[in-house]
Ligand binder design. Structure first.
Ligand code: AMP
Ligand code: GLY
Length: 433
């Protein structure tokens, strides 16, 4: 099977790594790919946002399947273009990707489908902003949640107890011509669940947890994600089934009813609140860095699953099976991330990290003219450890991180820490927030 993966990040490296383990191994291509992906796939120098170039490449290669990694080309319609050219594609149409591209659209779909989520108000002017904040948080007794309505790479959301800071974020988005979604604050541990969808059916993958804040102890600004782990030993039994039944399946049905079937990953970002599971956000693609741990645990073929979904025929694929044990990913980010990442620093020690038992997925890496590997994005690498439990996986990931040199880089030291401790002490339910 010939597969083209669109994208250049750690998520795409993880997808390609897992596809390359299928038997028989698919003929793998990436556009544009990255220096890590190069070892596993033929990379083609076509930008993610060059939709004409991507479609032309898929045609020329006569691929059996295109897997679209990032959200931007989906929202821009790359899947529509590929389908129109008769090419099977794993990823939603532009209209369906609006579940991620427009938070207000996602809220409206959830309301129609009866899917539990935070109460919210959309505001596109100053008066509505002020009134909306008072409506969703009338006593000002919990943090305010202010989200830019459009795509913002995980950085358009401000969660703050400071009403002035909430107003300031809202004003800056509105001032730039956008609108904001103001939400009720959801308190409780977060879970990411990827659901493979074929427009009609839903097959869940394993749940993971992402660490969104930049610094240890969930301090600092929101980022695209600083680390992840799977499985979640503290998650309530039946959680995945409940999410499929009450969230993913009703959403997929509502989209189909509207004539915009959802094919691809419906990423359910969830909060487990005292009042039950609530949707924090939907994304229309695999999450990054959760994919780096979820696919590491997948024991059944990935290519056949994604192709079956792309063909609207998920019942043809084997149900996913999972390796025992756990996976932990720790992201190494450039100095200054997320505010202003410094780029162009040399990266060394990847071989040493792998010799220590971790494996290293490339995200924001590139080659300098002299061939040296350098940073070229905010999140540079994800260092992944696997083991019999979270503690063992964490130790390998951290051992790997310690061997990598990247000037000024930052990483969190507490990825999966509390979950690993409670798993070893058998604390079960007392899951980390
Ligand atoms: P989003 O881009 O919508 O996923 O938001 C990014 C992050 O902000 C989430 O992963 C949460 O950590 C936090 N967040 C978003 N919405 C809420 C909410 N309603 N209540 C509490 N935290 C939230
Ligand atoms: N890890 C969060 C995301 O992929 O959106």
């Amino acid at each position: 099977m010939k597969i083209l993966v669109i994208g250049s990040g750690g998520r795409e490296h993880a997808i390609i790594r897992r596809l390359s383990a299928d038997s028989p191994a698919p003929d793998l291509h990436a556009a544009p790919g990255n220096p890590g992906i190069e070892a596993l796939a033929t990379c083609h120098d076509i930008a993610v946002d060059d939709l004409d170039g991507q479609v032309e490449l898929a045609r020329r290669l006569e691929v059996d399947l295109v897997v679209v990694g990032p959200e931007a080309p989906l929202v821009a319609g790359v899947a529509d273009r590929l389908r129109a050219a008769g090419i099977a594609v794993f990823g939603p149409s532009a209209a369906a990707a609006a579940l991620e591209g427009s938070k207000s659209f996602a809220k409206e779909v959830m309301a129609s489908a009866g899917v539990p989520t935070a109460a919210s108000v959309t505001a596109s002017d100053e008066d509505a902003l002020v009134a909306g904040l008072d409506r969703v948080n009338p006593l000002g007794d919990v943090p305010f949640v202010v989200k830019a309505d459009g795509l913002a790479a995980g950085k358009g959301v401000v969660v703050t107890p400071d009403r002035e800071a909430a107003l300031a974020h809202g004003r800056s988005v509105i001032g730039a011509g956008g609108s904001v979604v103001l939400e009720e604050y959801l308190d409780g541990p977060e879970v990411s669940l990827f659901c493979v969808c074929d427009g009609e059916r839903v097959v869940p993958l394993a749940a993971a947890q992402d660490f969104k804040r930049a610094l240890d102890g969930d301090q600092g600004p929101n980022t695209g994600g600083m680390g992840a782990y799977s499985p979640l030993p503290w998650a309530p039994e039946g959680l995945v089934d409940e999410v499929v039944r009450t969230i993913a399946q009703p959403t997929v049905e509502e989209m189909r009813r509207r004539g915009i079937p959802f094919v691809g990953i419906l990423y359910c970002g969830l909060a487990l609140t005292a009042r039950g599971v609530r949707v924090v956000e939907f994304n229309a693609r695999f999450g990054d860095p959760e994919t780096q741990v979820v696919l590491e645990r997948l024991a059944s073929p990935l290519s056949e699953l994604l192709l079956a979904a792309a063909r609207g025929d998920l019942q043809q694929a084997q149900a996913p099976r999972w390796h025992d044990g756990a996976a932990v990913a720790v992201v190494l980010a450039s100095a200054g991330y997320p505010a202003e990442a410094r780029l162009g620093d040399e990266i060394t020690g990847i071989e040493e990290a792998e010799a220590a038992g971790a494996h290293v997925l490339h995200a924001g890496t590139g080659r300098r003219e002299d061939g040296a590997l350098v940073s070229c994005g905010g999140r540079v690498l994800a260092v992944v450890g696997t083991g019999e439990d979270l503690q063992a996986a964490r130790e390998l990931a951290m051992a790997g991180v310690e061997r990598i040199e990247l000037q000024g880089s930052l990483h969190r030291t507490d990825i999966a820490l509390r979950a690993a401790e409670s798993e070893r002490s058998g604390a079960g339910e007392a899951g980390p927030a």
